[in-house]
Design a protein around this ligand. Structure first.
Ligand code: ATP
Ligand code: MG
Length: 403
């Protein structure tokens, strides 16, 4: 089988493959890019596999970077482009269920494809666009099936992360997991306990953001993989509520976390510790907290001006989009308009500073100052007073006189 229209990403890289071949080695496109091209989906990075050893690749190309030379990967720089070129390899004796003890470079494409996780990821393509399909991946692509290469039990035993990868591909591609592969996930799910949270989180988020989330989240619960994911073991039945949300694709990581956490009904500090257990960044935690706050406000009522100001436009629009999952309409344009009409969009735009207040009232800094600025900010944002220095000083004076 030959790819009819070879996407530009491959054409651009063709000279790299030809250079390797000119030195007497084999070179192919492999993995996700070949799969996605056959599915006529956008291609991310083009991975190249070769029979040349890393040292041999470095002799062929003048500009290279050792990105993972122990695993056989060399980054080759050509013009503005860069390509990861990995030597054919086998991986043997996984004793800790997550990393091969030894990586052995080999000259055989078949050996390399055999160690890959799923048949649809074990396709190779030569520079002419001919597909090399040694494990019946084309058939599975057509039938939309995720099937482990070889014996699924052995493959998940070697590397337990593959179970999460299988589930995330079911979501991303909207494919079905083949029964034996699914049964092996069911049997070996406890091995996920050996995998680092960071690696599980990468796959879990991709699962949540996939185009058929439900298709993967259901087996994720039913095979009990969730028991070996941070915190989720506490929720059992409540996780099924997440399945009941409309199965529309989620746009961003923070939206996905917000929807999941809101469904689990976590509050305050629980939100932080949930995301911490998933090793999410403080920035992500902050974004998710804002979305959950905004969402719950918005489910009760229309936006309060102060909430729009505090969340900012992006978070407010993100909240609007989440309303869909609760059966409500998103008012994106209206929110954008209202936000743009706010008298100020940042505290720095106030016509007065903390220093101005200190000088004017000849007072020492303290708690009063923060409270005063907050009160001024709220009055300006709510349109109660104009953002003008004299007006703000008068407002502050009145407030102090009243206290
Ligand atoms: P994506 O589009 O998300 O990048 P991908 O299939 O390219 O999907 P990568 O994680 O980039 O996934 O891996 C590239 C290829 O390496 C896969 O297609 C697969 O052949 C192989 N691979 C990756 N991880 C594993 C694993 N844990 N076990 C076996 N093979 C793997
Ligand atoms: Mg990839």
């Amino acid at each position: 089988m030959k790819l009819e229209r070879i996407p530009d990403e491959f054409t651009k890289a063709a000279s790299v493959l030809k250079d390797i071949q000119a030195h007497g080695f084999e070179a192919y496109f492999v993995g996700g890019s070949v799969r996605d091209a056959l599915l006529r989906q956008p291609i991310h990075d083009v991975d190249i596999a070769t029979s040349a050893y890393p040292e041999e690749i470095k002799q062929i190309f003048p500009r290279t970077v050792d990105v993972g030379i122990d695993h056989g990967t060399v980054l080759v720089l050509v013009g503005e482009e860069q390509y990861e070129i990995t030597t054919f390899r086998t991986e043997s004796t996984y004793q800790d269920f997550r990393r091969p003890d030894t990586v052995t470079f080999v000259r055989s494409l078949r050996e390399d494809l055999k160690r890959r996780d799923f048949t649809i990821n074990a396709l190779a393509m030569n520079v002419e666009g001919t597909i090399i399909d040694l494990f019946d991946g084309m058939n599975d692509l057509e039938k939309r099936i995720i099937r482990a290469v070889g014996n699924p039990k052995e493959r998940f035993h070697e590397d337990a992360l593959r179970m999460m990868r299988g589930l995330r591909f079911a979501s991303q591609l909207d494919f079905t997991i083949e029964p034996n592969t699914l049964a092996a996930i069911e049997e070996f799910h406890p091995l996920l306990g050996k995998i680092s949270v960071e690696r599980i989180a990468v796959e879990f988020i991709k699962l949540l953001l996939g185009k058929n989330r439900k298709n993967a989240f259901q087996p994720f619960i039913e095979t009990e993989c969730y028991l070996y994911c941070p915190e989720l073991n506490k929720y059992g039945e409540a996780l099924f509520n997440f399945l009941d949300l409309p199965n529309k694709q989620i746009e961003t990581d923070s939206q996905a976390w917000a929807l999941l956490i809101n469904t689990l009904n976590l509050k305050g500090n629980e939100i932080r510790s949930f995301l911490k257990s998933w090793k999410q960044s403080n920035q992500m935690i902050h974004e998710v907290q804002q979305l959950i706050y905004g969402l719950n406000q918005r489910l009760l009522d229309d936006w309060q001006v102060m909430d729009l100001f505090n969340l900012g436009l992006n978070a407010a629009l993100s909240v609007e989009k989440l309303l869909f999952y609760y059966g409500q309409n998103s008012k994106l344009e209206e929110v954008r308009e209202r936000y743009l009409c706010l008298p100020i969009h940042d505290r720095k735009q106030l016509a007065i500073t903390g220093n101005d207040l200190l000088t004017y009232f000849d007072k020492k800094p303290g708690k009063w100052l923060g409270e005063m600025i907050e009160a001024i900010e709220a009055a300006v944002v709510n349109g109660e007073i104009a953002n003008n220095k004299e007006v703000l000083i008068t407002f502050a004076k009145d407030k102090i006189d009243k206290e």
